[in-house]
Design a binder for this molecule. Structure first.
Ligand code: ARG
Length: 428
């Protein structure tokens, strides 16, 4: 009888390589490896595929997910100006649902009954994989070997690997845990676990030290169409190329580093460092364009929905109906978000140095303090009187009631307080 099949999210690293053996030996499953290219650094996807095949997987699919990543995931993140806790642009959180969708697809293609991933039991990524998979196909089983096996600490895992012919890296173990893709790079663990330690220089690979960045500023004009970045300095390009270019420009100017304490969904705080040069710059530019083009109430409602969107995505709920409904709002709001933003990079900073748009609601004729403005200043009086009417009515009534109470024979207890307007002590 043929064995049951499992689709494994394979990266080529030690953990997922040991997972292959563990799934074969302990679970008696045939393993199908899926290796996603989301724009991460790697030394050859074909080499990684060979490694998977040498471990005895029955199939290994290498999937270039970059275009889908930018079209379906990053573009939504830009529309939502996505920042978890106002700081983290969600790079890992964006790739997990995409990889999950491909795992589910492969499971259907190969008739697999389970999906496995190499996440530990302490992070957010396990939540994202499993929640996504459950939402896409609630009938698939999920196996998380690293969470279940008794391989304990690294030396046990290495011993297990060596015994089964899993290649173990000869170099001393990488001191950090890294996850990266087109949208940026996450660095955790090692000396970073002590929040008092300044990040060592060697953790950064996409950005130069701001002190060593060029002494003259670099200007870049980013063109947007309906919220999607589509040109740099007037040159049209697809988003993959645009993000790669922007990563280079911003990174060379020392821009894009984040060092933060973050609240993981699983309840603990963690110290995280990120490099997100293009991500931070594009979101800054996109926000500046929205300031120019979005109607006030849409912009204000959007701010709170942006938080909700980031929370949903951080917490692994990419495919939730709530998140989809927010996406619909975001997409509708992007209709008017076309124009050009001029960014200025200089020694670790990025500022908006100019903005223009044919969709701008900003109207210089209304805003100007010159004499020939189009704003009817006389009309302001009626506007203020009417919008303040409910408050004025309330204030009059309040003073009348106070006078009546003062005059009445029934002596009320004197209550001391502070006048909200002038901060003076008063008695009611
Ligand atoms: N803390 C970030 C997040 O939860 C980054 C996770 C990085 N993942 C990793 N396996 N190193 O999105």
């Amino acid at each position: 009888m043929s064995k049951e099949k499992v689709v494994l999210a394979y990266s080529g690293g030690l953990d997922t390589s040991v997972c292959v053996k563990w799934l074969q030996e302990e679970m008696n499953l045939d393993v199908i490896a899926v290796l996603g290219n989301v724009g991460q650094e790697h030394d050859g996807l074909e080499k990684i595929k060979e490694k998977a095949l040498s471990l005895g997987v029955v199939a290994c699919e290498v999937v270039d997910m970059r275009q889908e990543f930018v079209d379906q995931y990053v573009s939504c993140a830009i529309a939502a100006n996505a920042m978890y806790e106002n700081k983290y642009p969600l790079l890992s959180a964006l790739s997990r649902p995409l990889i999950s969708a491909h795992l589910v697809q492969a499971a259907h293609k190969y008739g697999a009954t389970c999906i496995a991933h190499g996440c530990t039991g302490k992070g957010n990524d396990q939540v994202r994989f499993e929640t996504s998979i459950m939402t896409l196909d609630p009938f698939l089983k999920v196996i998380a070997p690293v969470r279940e096996w008794d391989l304990g600490m690294r030396p046990d895992e290495i011993a297990y690997a060596k015994k089964r012919g899993v290649p173990v890296p000869v170099t001393t173990e990488a001191p950090y845990s890294i996850d990266d893709n087109l949208w940026g790079r996450a660095i955790e663990a090692g000396v970073l676990e002590d929040p008092w330690n300044e990040p060592p220089a060697d953790i950064w690979t996409m950005t130069v030290d701001p002190a060593e960045a060029p002494d003259t500023p670099t200007y870049v004009e980013v063109g947007f169409e309906k919220g999607i970045p589509c040109s740099l300095d007037g040159e049209k390009m697809g988003m993959v190329e645009l993000i790669e270019k922007m990563n280079r420009i911003a990174g060379e100017n020392g821009y894009g580093r984040i060092d933060m304490i973050e609240n993981r969904y699983v309840g603990l705080k963690s110290r995280e460092c990120y490099e997100v040069p293009a991500g931070l710059a594009l979101i800054a530019a996109h926000k500046a364009l929205e300031d120019l083009c979005l109607e006030r109430d849409v912009l204000h409602a959007k701010l709170s929905l942006e938080q909700a969107w980031a929370d949903q995505v951080y917490n692994g709920r990419w495919f939730s109906p709530y998140k989809q409904a927010i996406d619909a709002f975001m997409a509708s709001a992007q209709d008017m978000v076309s124009g050009t933003i001029k960014l200025k990079f200089y020694k670790g900073s990025c500022v908006v140095a100019g903005r223009k748009s044919a969709c701008a609601l900003y109207d210089q004729n209304l805003a100007t303090y010159d004499n020939d403005d189009a704003f009817d200043q006389k009309a302001a009086k009626g506007f203020i009187d009417i919008q303040a009417l409910s408050l004025k009515t309330w204030a009059i009534k309040k003073s009348q009631v106070a006078q009546q109470q003062e005059a009445s024979s029934v002596k009320l207890d004197v209550v001391s307080g502070t006048c909200p307007a002038c901060d003076q002590a008063v008695n009611y």
